[in-house]
Design a protein around this ligand. Structure first.
Ligand SMILES: *Cc1c(COP(=O)(O)O)cnc(C)c1O
Length: 401
């Protein structure tokens, strides 16, 4: 039996008729751009995030760009974020002409290290852009307090964290704006690309809405250089069918994460993710496979020298890459989110971050491995992941203390 890292098969079986009906209705209505289907989704998504405003757009990347532009962030401004994220987090900052400033992440949570933010603030800093990576919310009380003390804006990258909350408040409701992605593998996935910006300020909502349609407050009047970034009616129809299931899906993800935590807790050489509290929405379950310095580990002799390590000045990923390959051979597919940190990407060479400049981020990129987690993962599939992983690493392993 092959365990995939992600699969839509079972969800499509369960929702099939409802999805077909919703899509056909839009198809037959002829209303593909704008209209009630999108309005309904925006309202219900806003309500699910406990904010008055949600604006649908073409992708999570565009949501970030639209939020930054809407908040007036542009050339010369610095935006503090983390380099351990999907590339789009930083790409959006650069797309509006601003400069991403990377702060290292926390060892345990993999999230932006809050105690390192203040040292990165300069007179040019305009905003903090925390990423709720893998579905785990950043401590937004502390982050917003730092922002308030320095009069900075807060844009939340909620792309992986739909359904997550911090201190009982949904992500996307803490900052000045929240940016969501409906890419199919996210917690709430469309049948293609989609995204949304959430906010409380109706004027910001209006600016974002206009920017998403060519900076056009009314037909053929253009007050800003904007974008063509709408949420399609077909995607909104799919999302309308799926949104009511989100809480149950997130509960399933939590239960799966809980079982991994329980049944892998004593595994030598594999470090489990921080539990992250009840607000974690577990888009990914990311373990760390640190290097075994003695090389007497299970991977002895079978080490795979990682091309990325050499090319991008990263620590060796030998043990992680060995484990990934062994898992694959035994039917368990895993993914590496992310093998190369943003600050070491060729596209950002000009920013001048040398190897070692963000040591925790760089080490994580060489150690992380995402185990299969999605709501429809069966108990048997999870059992297989646990069994294979245990077999692979339970031979006598010399693990660094
Ligand atoms: C997926 C993702 C994005 C971009 O979303 P798209 O819808 O793919 O454009 C941005 N940030 C993070 C952290 C993501 O995971």
């Amino acid at each position: 039996m092959q365990v995939p890292p992600f699969s839509l098969g079972e969800q499509l079986r369960q929702l099939g008729d409802a999805l077909d009906g919703a899509v056909l209705e839009v198809l037959r209505s002829g209303q593909y751009i704008g209209g009630a289907t999108i309005g309904r989704f925006e309202q219900e998504f806003a309500a699910s995030c406990a904010v008055p405003q949600a604006i649908g757009c073409n992708s999570g990347t565009d949501a970030l760009i639209l939020a930054l532009r809407g908040l007036g962030i542009g050339p010369g401004d610095e935006v503090i974020t983390c380099s351990f994220s999907f590339f789009a987090t930083a790409e959006a900052i650069s797309a509006v002409g601003a400069i991403p400033v990377f702060v290292d992440v926390d060892e345990d949570t993999y999230l932006i290290a809050l105690d390192r933010i203040e040292a990165a603030i300069t007179p040019a800093t305009k905003a903090l852009l925390p990423v709720h990576l893998f579905g785990q919310p950043v401590d937004m009380e502390r982050l917003c307090a730092i922002a308030a003390a320095h009069e900075l804006l807060v844009v939340e990258d909620c792309a992986q964290a739909t359904g997550a909350h911090w201190a009982g408040r949904p992500v996307g409701s803490w900052g000045d704006a929240g940016c969501f992605s409906f890419f199919p593998t996210k917690n709430l996935g469309a049948a293609g690309d989609g995204g949304a910006v959430t906010c409380r300020d109706p004027q910001l909502a209006q600016r974002v809405r206009e920017l998403a349609v060519h900076g056009m407050p009314r037909r053929y009047l253009h007050t800003a250089l904007g974008y063509n970034s709408r949420l399609d009616a077909l995607q909104a129809a799919v999302l309308n069918v799926k949104l009511p299931h989100l809480p149950v899906w997130v509960e399933r993800r939590r239960a799966i994460a809980e079982r991994y935590q329980r049944e892998l807790a004593d595994l030598p050489g594999v470090q489990l993710p921080a539990r992250g509290g009840e607000g974690h929405s577990w888009n990914q379950f990311v373990v760390r496979v640190p290097q075994c310095p003695a090389r007497t580990a299970a991977c002895d002799g079978g080490c795979i020298p990682s091309a990325d390590s050499a090319s991008f000045g990263l620590p060796e990923a030998c043990c992680r890459d060995w484990l990934k390959q062994q898992l694959q051979e035994q039917g368990v597919s895993t993914i590496i989110y992310y093998p190369i940190p943003i600050h070491r990407q060729p596209a950002y060479a000009e920013l001048g971050y040398a190897p070692g400049s963000l040591p925790v981020t760089e080490r994580l990129c060489s150690e992380v491995l995402s185990l299969p987690i999605f709501p429809e993962l069966t108990s048997e599939q999870q059992e297989q992941v646990i069994r294979v992983l245990r077999q692979l690493v339970s031979c006598p392993v010399a693990v660094a203390s």
